[in-house]
Each structure stands twice: as structure tokens, then as C-alpha cells.
Design a protein around this ligand. Structure first.
Ligand code: XIL
Length: 349
């Protein structure tokens, strides 16, 4: 831990909360260095995987909450805003939710599974988990609803049902729709979806914009247009899964990661200075934008703590050495960290 630097959460106090997603090692105290960075710099946490359906509810009546309990304790011990991620997603849901053997379950059975899951998980942490990613990644790139098992079993109003069940289980929790790549035409689909929820009077607080970014995409005008689109519906915007991938892009990846490939893994021994500077510049322009919209943007959460923790070490190619965050593999702040701090100083004094 570097105690000489200003804490991010203090630098951004007058603008928005600043957070990170935690893995099980950090939550269970096996990664003391990572946990210390989280305590020092962040005032909000999101669980990377441990609250996903298959991790808490792998069999119909079997819930496994030990890691999740520790996660919530960690947030409370440190006075943090605690996020739940995620209730309804097309991934990480066990087969039994939708099928008995080869037979698809009827609509009522699947809906009952959804309600049971949401009421048990949200109910357990009522008043303690402050905001939930209720529905995650429901849209295709063209803005239509993804043909997920949820859509197939329940039809289009599965999204509304999820919000209703979550609100029923904890009326005081903030509820979010969360998705990635929210630029047109997907953005238009997201706006239409969220507008319908608002029109139906469903208790949606904010849209989570994941922001798994690259050095040059999305553009700043695209970032601004996305924030303005949801602000125009009267909602808050949260940047929920921020990272900036500097590794070579991989075209047309399907649902599975490519096998390791040295030609796609250029920075194994470290990030060259010019790329580190480009990353810092990119983070500076992103945070300058979030700060300009601080009336609307209420939280910025990084996806993972240090570069060594990043999911981008294994996605979309297995076994790469990724450098997408503010802290390097030994937990030291990078040029990007200081560029982000400087944006707070410039905007907030
Ligand atoms: C990722 C985790 O980081 C990985 O460890 C896991 O193997 C797959 O899921 N969008 C989301 C997150 O909403 O839940 C995903 O997290 C990253 C993309």
C-alpha cells in the first residue's frame, strides 16, 4: 500500500462515489494487499462474482451465502456503499432454473424460481446492500432484447418482473439496469427499455454503464451522449465496471475465450512507458467527462483492483498480461492513477 498518495475517495468526495469490484481473495482476507488498496481508496464495492446466481444458489433449495456474508461485512466495517451484482443475467444461471431434464419448465415455474431467488438474496441483505444490478446485459448489439433463457421462458416483461420482485424484497434499495457498449444502436434499445420501465412506474434508480473501454473507443462524444440519454429520462448514471484494455483487440469473439497466443500478448514484461502515458491520457479524458456530468453520475466503479486481478487477463484471450487499471501488479499506483487524481484536483479544487 502506498500511504503517501491522496485517497481517490477523498479526491472525488464532492463529485461521486468511487468503487472497485472485489474478488473472493480480497473478501476473505487472503489478498491483504488488495483489500488494503480497497480500504484506502474506495467508498463503494461490488462483488466480481460471488453474488452471481450459480455462486449463491446452485441447487433449487440450497443457498450458499458464506462468501457473500463476508463481502457485506467488509463493506459495513469500512462504511462503504455496498452494491449487489447481479440478480438476472443470461450467464451463470443453473440449468434447473429453466429445465427439468430436457423438458423446458413452464412460464409459472420459471417465474417462481426468479421470485424465490430475488426475494431470498435481496431479502437476506435488506437494508445492508444498498443498490442492486437487477437485470444485466439484456440487450443485443442492435438494441433488440437478447434471446436469453429468461426471454424465452418469460417473454419481454421478464425485466419488469425482476424489478418488481427486487423492490418487494427491499423497498429501500436502489435498483439498476446494467449493460455494456451503450452506444447507438444498442443505446436506443436501452433507452426504449428503460423508458418503458419508468412509464410503468417501476422503481428504477439508475442505469449502470459498464465502460469496458479501449484506448480510443468509445469516443468522448459517445460517452456524453450515453450519459445525457439516461439523464433525460430522469435517472442517475453509474459507471459500473470501468477498465481500459490496451491489448490488441480480437475480432468476432464468440462466447468463449481464445486460447493463449503470444502474438496477442505484447506487454508480458511490463507496460511500455508510451502506452502507460496513453492509458493515463485516456483515463484523464474519461474522468474529465464524468466530472463534467457529476450532477448525473453518482458512482464510478473500477472492474477489479490491480492489473493482476483483472478479468482481462483471461478475456477475450486466455493467459494474457493485461494492464487496464490504476494499480499495477504489485499494487503500486500507475501514471493513470495520478492522471485521475489530477482531474479531481482540477475540477474540484
Ligand atoms: C466477469 C468476471 O470478472 C469474471 O471473473 C468471470 O469469469 C466472468 O464475469 N460484465 C459483467 C461482469 O457484468 O459480471 C463480468 O464479470 C464482466 C462483464
Amino acid at each position: 500500500m502506498n500511504t503517501q498518495v491522496m485517497a481517490l475517495k477523498d479526491a472525488f468526495k464532492r463529485a461521486f462515489r468511487i468503487g472497485a469490484s472485489l474478488n473472493t481473495e480480497q473478501v476473505l482476507g487472503r489478498d491483504a494487499r488488495g483489500a488494503a488498496i480497497v480500504r484506502q481508496h474506495y467508498d463503494s464495492i461490488t462483488p466480481e462474482n460471488l453474488l452471481k446466481w450459480s455462486n449463491v444458489h446452485s441447487t433449487p433449495n440450497g443457498f450458499e451465502f458464506s462468501a457473500a456474508d463476508r463481502y457485506v461485512d467488509f463493506g459495513e466495517e469500512n462504511g462503504m456503499f455496498i452494491v449487489g451484482h447481479t440478480l438476472v443475467w443470461h450467464r451463470d444461471v443453473p440449468e434447473w432454473v429453466f429445465r427439468a431434464g430436457n423438458e423446458p419448465l413452464g412460464r409459472d415455474r420459471v417465474l417462481a424460481h426468479m421470485r424465490h431467488h430475488i426475494s431470498t438474496v435481496v431479502g437476506r441483505y435488506k437494508g445492508r446492500i444498498h443498490g442492486w444490478d437487477v437485470v444485466n446485459e439484456a440487450l443485443n448489439g442492435d438494441g433488440t432484447l437478447r434471446r436469453s433463457p429468461w426471454l424465452n421462458a418469460l417473454g419481454e416483461d421478464y425485466v419488469a418482473h425482476a424489478f418488481r420482485f427486487a423492490h418487494e424484497a427491499d423497498p429501500s434499495a436502489e435498483l439498476y439496469y446494467n449493460d455494456f457498449a451503450l452506444e447507438p444502436p444498442k443505446l436506443d434499445g436501452a433507452v426504449a427499455l428503460v423508458r418503458r420501465l419508468v412509464a410503468e412506474g417501476l422503481p428504477i434508480t439508475a442505469v449502470g454503464v459498464q465502460h469496458h473501454d479501449k484506448l480510443h473507443s468509445p469516443t468522448i462524444p459517445e460517452v456524453e451522449a450515453t450519459i445525457e440519454a439516461f439523464a433525460g429520462l430522469g435517472l442517475k448514471v453509474m459507471i459500473t465496471e470501468l477498465d481500459v484494455n490496451v491489448l490488441p483487440p480480437v475480432p468476432n469473439q464468440a462466447g468463449t475465450a481464445r486460447k493463449p497466443d503470444p502474438s496477442l500478448n505484447p506487454y508480458v514484461v511490463g507496460l511500455p512507458d508510451d502506452v502507460g502515458q496513453a492509458l493515463a491520457k485516456r483515463y484523464a479524458e474519461l474522468f474529465a467527462t464524468f466530472l463534467r456530468y457529476r450532477d448525473v453520475v453518482s458512482r464510478v466503479t473500477f472492474w477489479n483492483v490491480t492489473d493482476g486481478d483483472s478479468w482481462l487477463n483471461d478475456w477475450p484471450v486466455l493467459g494474457r498480461t493485461s494492464h487496464p487499471l490504476l494499480f499495477d501488479r504489485v499494487g503500486q499506483p500507475k501514471a493513470a492513477f495520478f492522471a485521475v487524481l489530477e482531474q479531481a484536483r482540477a475540477a474540484l479544487g
